[in-house]
Write a protein that binds this ligand. Sequence first.
Ligand SMILES: Cc1cc2nc3c(=O)[nH]c(=O)nc-3n(C[C@H](O)[C@H](O)[C@H](O)COP(=O)(O)O)c2cc1C
Length: 490
Amino acid sequence: MSSTNKKQLIINAFAMHSPSHLNPGLFRYPADKGSDYKNIKTWIALAQKLEEAKFHAIFFADVLGGYDVYRGPANLDPTIPAAAQFPINDPLYSISAMAAATESIGFGVTASTTYDAPYALARRFSTVDHLSNGRIGWNIVTSYLDSAARNFGLDTQIEHDERYRIADEYLDVTYKLWEASWRDDAVNWGHDAPKSSGEAEGQRYADPSGVRQINHKGKYFQVPGPHLCEPSPQRTPFLLQAGTSTAGKAFAAKHAEAVFLHAQKPELVRPSVDSIRQQAAEGGRNPEDIKIVAGALVIVAETDEGAQAKFEELKKYGDREGALALFGGWTGYDLSTYADDQDFRFVELPAVRSMVNHWASTVPGTEGQKWDKKTIAEYLTLGGNGVKIIGSVQTVADELERWVTVGDVDGFNLSYASIPETFDDVIRLLLPELQRRGLFWSDYAVQGGTFRENMYSKQGQSRLPESHPGAKYFWREGQEVPPYSLTESK
Ligand SMILES: Cc1cc2nc3c(=O)[nH]c(=O)nc-3n(C[C@H](O)[C@H](O)[C@H](O)COP(=O)(O)O)c2cc1C
């Protein structure tokens, strides 16, 4: 393939408003600035640095409870010393400051359909879409922590597939608020108040007949509307999603514009990628409108040995108890109840056994190794459950290229072992090589454009693509009412 027709990679930074994200304990590493997460200037500087390097976006993960399963129940003692995604601030508040200091980089923010009300969430995202000039994305999650459920007044989590059914109706509510509550030309439609109306003369802010209630009455939500915000540049924020179950993939194929996956090998991610694209096509969407982004930790140096040495050095600062706490939150299983020498490749718990066997058969350098608590903890300490690509510039670039050709992914969400050092290495060493190979752009496709324009590399594509299910709610200039309202049974 010549460099001119190679797929252009999407490169995002994967971060969290916490001292550590997928690197429990690394705040102890001298170069790590994770503990500065409270300082807005840190985030502004990072956004500027990543924009200078032409990253597509910073993608903020988020959780709504502590990882308290390990040594539990409801015990945060192993989590707190490691700062394992705890404490954690709400990412949305930092976006406007970062947007004010940048022009083109996008911002993905995680928010939950299980614990946030759609009416309030739609308003928050519209607000930031306005203030960032269309550069906000929503990472739609259904959440997975029991600790979150308890703090939102539930005894335990809502059943898994039911959470996705709720999420599906949730999206309908938000599409209606973002796309069908204000007509495209409702604001600045240029009509003056008629003298006869008794109103003060002059231009009216908006056309009252262009602002409409949505009157949503569904199984899970009752939302009359109208939306509190006037139309923002993207209306619906760019939609990202990360779910790997059957229900999660079906949801992604319907709603997501970018899907975030974790896998160890491109060969193994390919069936999921194909299935999401195929389901999207069956649902009437253009499969090219779904960008697949793989999570990866890249440790790159001048030589393979240098990168490996760096990785080993970083690993020394990892917190094993924190890593096992993360495992407990992700899976719901408390490994503290097992003996230290238990080999989890053979444990009686099918879910854990299959996950660990997957790692045992895919993680390089672990052939024949026992997968006990220590091995699991060390494996999860840096980069969590995502692939770790460690090596020279050539080695890493070759491997990323292999992910594209074999896995058919569109890009990567790069996590960090040390922030911002891991990104500094990527910027200094890897990105110039990807550019040299014709795999990464030298500038934003649309400078000063919206998140959606730059994710699709298409000027003018600020709104949802026409084949997206949210597009049926568009209320365009000249239409008396939004077309969906004429057909939908109420
Ligand atoms: C790579 C990846 C990243 C995720 N990031 C988050 C996150 O930041 N916050 C969150 O609450 N859930 C996150 N999730 C959880 C999912 O969005 C989803 O709610 C959860 O995985 C359960 O759905 P599933 O069974 O379909 O995977 C992530 C999942 C994956 C696979």
